[in-house]
Design a protein around this ligand. Sequence first.
Ligand SMILES: C[C@H]1CC[C@H](NC(=O)Cn2ccnc2)CC1
Length: 331
Amino acid sequence: ENGSAAAIPIDPRFDIAYVTPVTIGTPPQTLYLDFDTGSSDLWVFSSHTPESQVRGQRIYSPEKSSTAKLLAGHTWSILYGDGSGSLGNVYTDNFTVGGVTVTSQAVQTAQQVSYSFTSQSEIHGLVGLGFSTLNTVFPNGQLTFFDNAKSTLDSPVFTADLKWKKEGTYDFGFIDETKYTGEITYLPVQTDPGYWTFTSSGYAVGDGAFHPASIVGIADTGTSLTYLPAEVVTSYWGQVDGAVDSDYYGGYVFPCSSKLPSFTFGVGPANITIPASYINYAQITEGSPVCFGGLQSSSWLGVNIWGDVALKAAFVVFNGANPPTIGWAKK
Ligand SMILES: C[C@H]1CC[C@H](NC(=O)Cn2ccnc2)CC1
């Protein structure tokens, strides 16, 4: 059975993350989770999370679900690139997204969450959509919702249609032709170590010349911004009056009044253009004349990340066939 679910920006001012409604257990408990192609754990705020660490989040209570089963002797612990993290134990239960149900999905219940999760009341957990090799459950790694659902879908795919400051969709099992224009360009995916890793064919700043290059990076719906090689972001921000790479603010900032160019990245023989407005990410603080860029350097990361700033400029197909591929289309 195929499905479709909303991807809702959690903040009306800037797209820091997107959440999607899911139901867990019997009777169904509804939570809003961050679908994250950059990780592979499905974890939730729960009745096992200390009250001091829960601040407005909805929680999953396995003890209130007649279909919940403890996965005895299993634990998990995850650390994300931004330093946030969580850990806990594991149940299996019925898990439904947009009409797609997996019975006996591993649901990782949090017994500890870091402050950055506690402080974000709109995110009630994550649904990892990376490859299951990245799952942190010990001693037996668990399958992602997509890996469990794949065999029941018409086609082993899910698509991301994220939008700028608007609600988008994740579709499971089918490709909705009304959501994109032109053709979808499919690229090979490197599945080791478990991210949706692909190679972009180059970039252009604004209406400038296209620079052929091989930029290896991951498509990560769980990361707000896009992080690219220093030479790429230096040439971009060099075109913006007053832009500086600020140690104080931790990245490229610029006068909010400055005009920004768009940014184009190659996908095989095709390309995707990120509008300037997407790269004018947010004021440093409410009302500040200083703005933070949506394009930042990956030099200290060791990996290039095509986060939401890039993904929301495209219709993206995550094709879980063998071998997996990733598809990009304009929209
Ligand atoms: C410097 C970048 C900062 C942002 C990092 N992304 C993440 O940590 C994604 N994520 C998942 C759960 N919470 C956050 C990637 C590195």
